[in-house]
Write a protein that binds this ligand. Structure first.
Ligand SMILES: O=C(O)CCC(=O)C(=O)O
Length: 307
């Protein structure tokens, strides 16, 4: 049973509720607080919704900062999967308020699979996560962004294009890449300009997420977003990004997939320290040996906490 959602079991819904017809009827039947319903409506409308739990996350933000600061003092600009050594990141990733809202908005049970920490603005090019991590059925993935300090406008806040999650998913092939030829260079040369063209043609306008410490932004898989320009290089913008998948899906990397070969993923499950096998309608699907070996190697080469 998906928490807060009467009559919906994991795997029963074939599209995220925020993208399906009849969201209001479904919310009306859900046993959920009004704040959670408002969150689902915002996410459905804009593709990004803000969660504000008042002071509740402030102490956790400071602990995440303290547990990751050494990476940045050693020169890192972004830290991938610090959750493996940071109890505070794991606490945030599995926070009941976040999990309950995501379960309500999507109609399936979420699980966090990856974390990224930033000390300064990322200035990452505008993109949708549907190119990097996607799922079958489509849409069962989202990003969660936590401000570890008050974001200043000159520090390169997260930028996003409200409503752009409803655009058709842009693939590398549609951006002009020949099949199976994705490289960092043609990603930068083709995908970046193509998504900006798509946004301009659709009349979408950028908005900055200038969040306060402890506020959280959640974005839908196909929302166009990135890191805006840092106007003052002396500013920090400490933040944590968590990526979530949902139960009972096939997880894959569209950028590395071709018509004939889906580049399937074995995502980690931050809640257990193990990984999740991709499934279709409850049944395991095959994963290429190379990807299985990579997942095992990744697991063995990183110190995994005791849960
Ligand atoms: O934090 C940012 O500046 C951008 C993060 C982002 O685009 C992502 O994690 O997909």
């Amino acid at each position: 049973m998906v928490s807060g959602v009467k009559g919906a079991s994991a795997g029963a819904v074939s599209a995220p509720w925020i993208e399906a017809e009849g969201l209001e009827d479904r919310l009306a039947q859900a046993d959920a607080p009004e704040a959670h319903r408002a969150f689902a409506r915002d996410l459905a409308r804009d593709g990004l919704a803000i969660i504000d739990l008042g002071d509740e996350l402030l102490e956790l933000c400071s602990r995440i900062d303290a547990e990751t600061r050494h990476h940045f003092e050693a020169g890192a600009t972004r830290v991938h999967d610090a959750w493996r050594r940071s109890p505070a990141i794991r606490e945030m990733a599995t926070h009941p308020e976040i999990l309950a809202r995501l379960a309500l908005a999507y109609g399936r049970k979420p699980f966090p699979f990856q974390s990224l920490n930033f000390h300064r603005g990322s200035q990452q090019d505008v993109h949708a996560d549907t190119l990097h991590f996607h799922a079958e059925p489509a849409g069962f993935m989202c990003g969660v962004w936590l401000a570890l300090e008050d974001v200043r406008p000159e520090a390169g806040p997260l930028v996003y294009y409200p409503g752009s999650h409803r655009l058709p998913v842009l693939t590398m092939a549609q951006a002009g890449a020949a099949e199976g030829t994705t490289t960092v260079a043609n990603y930068n040369d083709l995908y970046g300009p193509a998504i900006l063209r798509q946004l301009a043609e659709g009349g979408f306008e950028p908005r900055l997420a200038v969040l306060k410490k402890g506020q959280v932004a959640v974005w839908a898989a196909n929302l166009a977003h990135g890191g805006s320009r840092i106007a003052d290089p002396d500013t920090t913008r400490r933040s944590l990004v968590l990526h979530y998948y949902f139960d009972d899906c096939v997880y894959y990397t569209p950028m590395l997939s071709t018509q004939d070969r889906q580049a399937r993923r074995l995502p980690a499950d931050i809640a257990t320290g193990g990984w999740r096998w991709p499934r279709r309608a409850g049944r395991r699907v095959t994963v290429p040996v190379r990807q299985l070996a990579a997942a095992i190697a990744y697991r063995l080469t990183r110190r995994t906490p005791r849960f």
